[in-house]
Design a protein around this ligand. Structure first.
Ligand SMILES: [Zn+2]
Length: 141
């Protein structure tokens, strides 16, 4: 078999297989994204509708991957609501969302090291309310 014939015979097969691999890879990524979104939405609805439980929750990475990149939280004292991107809080992407709640503090209610607790409301795609103006959890250290 000449080199040319070999190219013709195998070239198409290889290209086809590579294309199938690429498509499958993309489909798998999309499936994961869809699953992450569904999971994040379910959690968000449970939280907003029933007020919890917040545990277990999806992780920061799952929310971002699913396209729900904003977490809305409310101060238990002054009822101020803010929306923040969960990745603005420097935590590993594997961190479940419920773990963030304890690190968030309302700037206007904070007195020294003490701040009233906040609770999470829901996840949104984009910012619907006030941008994040809260005390960054890392400021305390
Ligand atoms: Zn407050």
């Amino acid at each position: 078999m000449s080199t040319k014939t070999r190219r013709v015979t195998w070239g198409g097969k290889i290209m086809g297989a590579e294309m199938r691999a690429k498509c499958t890879r993309e489909a798998a990524r999309k499936a994961i994204r869809d699953a992450n979104r569904a999971e994040a939405e379910a959690w968000s609805l449970r939280l907003e509708g029933y007020g919890g439980p917040a545990q277990p929750s999806p992780t920061i990475g799952q929310c971002l991957n699913g396209g729900l990149g904003r977490l809305e939280v409310e101060c238990n004292r002054c009822k101020t609501r803010v929306s923040l991107p969960p990745d603005a809080i420097r935590r590993p992407r594997e961190t479940p969302l419920w773990k963030l709640e304890a690190s968030l503090k309302c700037r206007s209610c904070r007195k020294g090291r003490h701040a009233p607790p906040v609770h999470m409301i829901k996840l949104t795609e984009t910012r619907e309310i006030t941008p994040y103006k809260w005390v960054h959890p890392d400021e305390d250290r």
